[in-house]
Design a protein around this ligand. Structure first.
Ligand code: OGA
Ligand code: NI
Length: 350
């Protein structure tokens, strides 16, 4: 069962009844945005991390990375090799896709495919928050999901043909994201004084990258409705491109923080599989998205992960006992828990 497009609901909603399914009746924790402090701006300069020479500045950048990984589980990267103009193109084609008439977007819909192919464990396509239980509070967003890597697993029938440059630009963006991701995995290992390839090698030959294009319409009652409920991501790292509208928040020591908008930066958050592999050394960031009544918000998110078939577990590098059990298809465990507000990580902790 699928709810209607939230984008369409947002156009017509003038009563609380339509919004009922999206509402947290008493608001959500710290729902007043002005009460939520801005996150300390952790910006990592990738050009410094790639420097082969050791200098005070380079060492400082690695220790900044280390503290972001262990304390926040997230940071923003600059000097990543993509120009502002290119990032704007990625934002623009995404915006143009969501601006298409509903009927046209539905040509790529996940629901259609499920009817045709009875594929349930397949997420590619246009749609919104899947309803898995009756009293679920729905997220105020629509999304397009696409497998982008490995290339042979792409399902091109879901890749928009309109706007025309969509495929080419997203193809190029995905390639860049893969390079940055692999670079960051190595930098992460180095910052923790581990062998540089230790995380990358756990990914095997098939780095999986799954793209999610998120559309959050303006919401008439932002104090009661979330764009996305609190969650952590399932992969190893997530790379997120925001537009100029704020909305993302991260949890640190039981306190929510707003993620600042830095137009030229890519926001990176550590996801559960890397917390597992690192045996808890790095932290998978719990985050949520709030809504606002004024402006739509669009993000392009790339979830990077090992091949889902691979068993993953802590890579033990010192004499600490493993904190997590080994798992295969962690994403299934994740979705069994997610809609109930539970963390899959907690179910595999020793
Ligand atoms: C996600 C996510 C944040 C955002 O898609 O998993 O956390 O700001 N997105 O869109
Ligand atoms: Ni997320």
């Amino acid at each position: 069962m699928e709810a209607n497009s939230v984008q369409e609901i947002a156009k017509i909603c003038n009563n609380k009844e339509t919004l009922e399914k999206f509402m947290y009746k008493n608001g959500y924790p710290e729902s007043k945005t002005e009460c939520v402090p801005l996150m300390e701006n952790v910006i990592i300069d990738l050009s410094l991390l790639s420097s082969s020479s050791s200098s005070l500045q380079v060492d400082q950048e690695f220790s900044k990375l280390r503290s972001a990984l262990t304390q926040w589980g997230c940071f923003q990267v600059i000097n990543h090799g993509m120009t502002n103009e290119f990032l704007d193109k990625v934002r623009e084609v995404t915006k143009q896709f969501f601006a298409l008439p509903l009927e046209e977007k539905q040509n790529y819909s996940r629901e259609m495919k499920q009817k045709d192919e009875k594929a349930i464990n397949d997420w590619d396509g246009y749609g919104n928050d899947p309803v898995v239980y009756q009293h679920q509070t729905l997220d105020w967003m629509d999304r397009l999901l696409l497998t982008v890597n490995p290339e042979h697993q792409r399902k091109l029938q879901f890749w928009p043909r309109n706007p025309l440059p969509f495929r080419e630009i997203i193809d190029e963006y995905a390639l860049k994201v893969r390079t940055i991701f692999e670079f960051l995995l190595k930098a992460t290992a180095r910052s923790l004084n581990l062998e540089e390839n230790c995380f990358l090698k756990e990914h095997g030959d098939l780095v999986t990258i799954f793209a999610r294009f998120n559309y959050y319409p303006p919401c008439p009652i932002p104090e009661n409705v979330l764009g996305q409920k609190p969650h952590s991501d399932t992969g190893t790292m997530t790379l997120l491109l925001q537009d100029e509208v704020e909305g993302l928040q991260v949890l640190k020591d039981n306190q929510w923080f707003r993620v600042p908008v830095v137009p030229q930066a890519i926001f990176v958050n550590i996801a559960d599989r890397l917390e597992i592999m690192s045996n808890g050394m790095v932290k998978s960031a719990v985050h949520r998205v709030v809504t606002n009544s004024e402006r739509e918000r669009i993000t392009v998110v790339m979830f990077c992960s090992p091949d889902y078939e691979r068993e993953i577990g802590p890579i033990i590098t010192d004499d600490k006992p493993p904190m997590y059990k080994k798992v295969v298809h962690y994403e299934n465990l994740f979705f069994e828990n997610y809609q109930f507000g539970k963390r899959a990580l907690d179910t595999i902790r020793f």
